[in-house]
Structure formats: C-alpha cells, structure tokens
Design a protein around this ligand. Structure first.
Ligand code: IDP
Ligand code: MG
Length: 139
C-alpha cells in the first residue's frame, strides 16, 4: 500500500524524558506505519557523518554533543507522501514556532533539543535509512 517512506530519529532529550511512547502514539495516530525501528547510542563518527551537511554551521559542535549525549530511536516510517507528511507532523526546527499538535510543539525544548529528526527529501530519506538499516531490517 505505501511505497513512500521517511527516516526519523527520536532525539536524546525525548528518550531521556520518557517520551518514546508518546511520540510513537502521535506517529501511529497520524497514520504512519513503522517499517523499522531500533534504539542506539550514536558514536561521534556516526553523528558527524549523519549531520555532515551542517559541518560549517556554528550550531554543529553543539548538535554533535547533543546527539551523542544518550540513546536515540531510529525509525523508517511509511506513509503516502511520507517525507512531506512527516515534516508536517514534526513542525519547524524551532519548537516555539511549531503549531499546536506537532511533535516538536509537544516535546521540543529548544531549537537544538527539538525531539525528532525527519528527512527533508526522498533522496535523503533513502540515504538516511541506509545509514542505519540493512534491507533485511526494513519491513
Ligand atoms: P531540521 O531538523 O528541522 O531539518 P536542520 O536545519 O536540518 O533542521 O538542522 C538539523 C538539526 O540541527 C536541528 O533539528 C537542530 O537539532 C539543530 N539545529 C539547527 N539549527 C540550529 C540552531 O540555530 N541552533 C541550535 N541547533 C540547531
Ligand atoms: Mg534537516
């Protein structure tokens, strides 16, 4: 039924504060199917590679510290038009600008600790899913 997918991370602030369940509830209620999921602690190397496009940005060192500060949940999510639909469910990068009912409005703390990651294009969804999962782990 779904051919489109996106890649998501529940970030360390949300895992640390017991928000895995509530975030998954919002994902389920929005009609996404979980096609792959695991809890991992990112190595510095993995975090640096994953966010390599931001390497020159001033927030990059802090982002790497944050993303390696505790376990995260990585997921592949299926839905029609998954990338765009999930960006909508997450809300914008800055949680104070996120509409009510979005994951970042509910569980984001600030622009860095904004609870979740979601791919920004179909191409990046493929790259990011392949970074964390083998094809045998995606249903
Ligand atoms: P996105 O996650 O909404 O796609 P990006 O611009 O791709 O946002 O940035 C990746 C991540 O880097 C953000 O989710 C956030 O954790 C962090 N980040 C982005 N901009 C800032 C900033 O201005 N200050 C602190 N952290 C930031
Ligand atoms: Mg992004």
């Amino acid at each position: 039924m779904f051919k489109d997918f996106t890649f998501s991370i529940i970030k360390p602030n949300a895992v640390r504060t017991g928000r895995i369940g509530p975030v998954l509830s919002m994902i389920n209620e929005a009609g996404f199917e979980i096609a792959a999921m695991k809890m991992v602690r990112l190595t510095r190397f993995q975090a640096e590679e994953f966010y390599a496009v931001h390497r020159e940005r001033s927030f990059y060192p802090g982002l790497i510290e944050f993303m390696t500060s505790g376990p995260v949940v990585v997921m592949v999510l299926k839905h029609d038009n998954a990338v765009e639909q999930y960006r909508k469910l997450m809300g914008p990068t800055d949680p104070t600008k996120a509409p009510k009912g979005t994951i970042r409005a509910e569980f984001g703390v600030n622009t860095q600790m904004n609870a979740v990651h979601g791919s920004d294009s179909v191409e990046n969804a493929h790259k990011e899913a392949n970074f964390f999962f083998s094809s045998f782990e995606v249903y």
